[in-house]
Design a binder for this molecule. Structure first.
Ligand SMILES: [Fe+2]
Ligand SMILES: [Fe+2]
Length: 491
């Protein structure tokens, strides 16, 4: 949804930019506002200012402060926001370029701020304010670190809002930390309810402890404990209710969603399984390779697995044209010109993207489908065409349209895909053969400039290669001769 809005805004802004550039060039000077050249993005500072204004607005309604107090509050909150932005910028660079993530964080914080203000106005006890919603949603949709910073801002605000109470600040912050810890371990939507139980437990313990520390009167202890328990229920309920809408609106994919997509009962995977069983089996092998390799280089193993399951989904359109689905001795390509064969093979990427969109797959999975061949060559038909005397102008027909992998996960799936396909051609794979094959494939992709748009170091590629080799050695277990065994035999 956000992407759609950005696209709508981008067009007129680009037009204005192009017009400005043209007219300024015609007038004899150069004007190139770089901001419009690439993409429209929302800087984190803008969102921080929105949060800051929301905090001040809500507090100005509820706090009866003298002018000097208001001035002090303005400075104090500005310092909090300033250091929060600096911290996030230093520690979480990828978050800065994540427009949707930045806007989502801002939205969640501002929502909690206004909700807390409203609950206070209506005289609802502070213990019920479900601040843990912020940490649950931001942990699930973005990251625990960003959720930690958001929790700190929300808790400081709550402490100030309720008469500068340190106990309220601690109550909110500890509840949020507990939520972050358990949210990071959520595997399905039902687990969010369990976070609610933990929040209830910690809230009851906290309120109970504070009732002793501050020596509360006995008639307010029980209601406070009950309200704090209700807080856990509200937090889990609100988080569960908001999550699917925020996922859609901000184009975010949680690990819960990825796990749902990894279910083989998903309609598209079912179709792949029955309509292109060879491709389905290939996808499983690629998933196993990609998931294992991702663990070592700080990529997302779950996204690699799900991306790999769906990467060749476009083959459903014409499964018999792909070698893994051909049972007959005669290939479907036998009677076709190389150019036509190449066109059919290449079209599985476009078809995959189309099907993925039709079935409502998430953007990060569609990106893997679209990028898994990059701009690689359809080698077999290219060589065949060369043999039959192809001229230079036809060469582009044998390349995938791209784009090249832009994320670590797409790159890993690309490499795993090629390695898996090549491993099927090995009849008697020794460990050395596997090693040679894996390194050769990765080298070729590197030399062919397929990995230039992704942040992977040579050390990362080496780690990926080693993981691929170990997985393949496990698959070909009974047939693989390890170097040590060879040495023993040679003695
Ligand atoms: Fe493919
Ligand atoms: Fe593939």
């Amino acid at each position: 949804m956000i992407n759609f809005i950005k696209k709508v805004i981008k067009k007129p802004v680009k037009k204005i930019f192009e017009w400005t550039e043209k007219t300024s060039a015609a007038a004899g000077y150069k004007l190139t506002p770089k901001i419009f050249k690439k993409d429209i993005y929302i800087p984190i500072e803008i969102i921080a200012v929105f949060i800051y204004i929301s905090l001040l607005m809500t507090l100005s309604f509820d706090l009866d402060l003298p002018l000097s107090g208001v001035f002090g509050l303005i400075i104090f909150l500005a310092i909090i926001m300033f250091f929060s932005v600096i911290y996030i910028k230093r520690t979480h660079k990828e978050f800065i370029s994540d427009d949707e993530g930045v806007m989502l964080t801002g939205f969640v914080i501002i929502f909690i701020v206004f909700l807390s203000g409203a609950l206070k106005i209506y005289g609802i006890p502070v213990w019920t304010v479900p601040t843990s919603v912020a940490s649950i949603l931001i942990t699930l949709l973005i990251s625990p670190v960003v959720a930690g910073v958001a929790s700190l801002i929300v808790s400081i605000f709550l402490g100030i809002l309720f008469d500068f109470s340190i106990s309220i600040f601690l109550f909110s912050f500890i509840g949020n930390l507990v939520s972050i810890y358990f949210s990071a371990r959520v595997k399905n939507r039902h687990d969010i309810v369990k976070i609610g139980y933990y929040v209830i437990l910690i809230n009851i313990i906290f309120v109970g402890a504070f009732s002793f520390i501050e020596d509360w009167e006995s008639d307010i202890i029980l209601p406070s404990v009950l309200w704090s328990a209700a807080n856990g229920i509200f937090s889990a309920m609100l988080a569960s209710a908001f999550l699917p809408y925020l996922e859609k609106f901000f184009s975010k994919t949680t690990s819960i969603r990825l796990l749902e997509l990894s279910d083989f009962n998903q309609p598209l995977l079912k179709r792949l399984k029955f309509e292109a069983p060879g491709s389905f089996h290939h996808a499983l092998m690629v998933a196993s390779l990609a998931e294992t390799a991702a663990e070592d280089i700080d990529a997302n193993p779950l996204l690699c697995r799900v991306g790999a399951y769906y990467h060749d989904i476009g083959k459903i359109a014409a499964p018999e044209y792909f070698i893994e689905n051909q049972s007959a001795v005669l290939s479907k390509h036998e009677d076709l010109k190389s150019q036509m064969s190449s066109f059919i093979v290449i079209s599985h990427v476009k078809e995959g993207v189309r099907l993925a969109r039709e079935y409502g797959l998430d953007k990060i999975v569609i990106d893997v489908i679209q990028q898994h061949h990059g701009t690689s060559l359809v080698h077999y038909f290219y060589m065949k065409a060369i043999e039959s005397g192809m001229n230079d102008t036809e060469k582009s027909v044998y390349r995938y349209p791209g784009p090249r992998p832009k994320t670590k996960e797409s790159a890993i799936v690309m490499l795993a895909d090629s390695v898996e396909a090549a491993s099927r051609t090995l009849e008697e794979p020794s460990y050395t053969h596997l090693q040679e094959m894996v390194y050769k494939i990765i080298n070729n992709k590197f030399i062919d400039d397929q990995l230039t748009e992704v942040e992977l170091t040579l050390a990362d590629l080496d780690k990926i290669a080693k993981k691929f080799i170990s997985v393949l050695a496990g698959i070909f277990h009974s047939r693989v001769e390890y170097p040590e065994e060879n040495k023993e035999e040679n003695k």
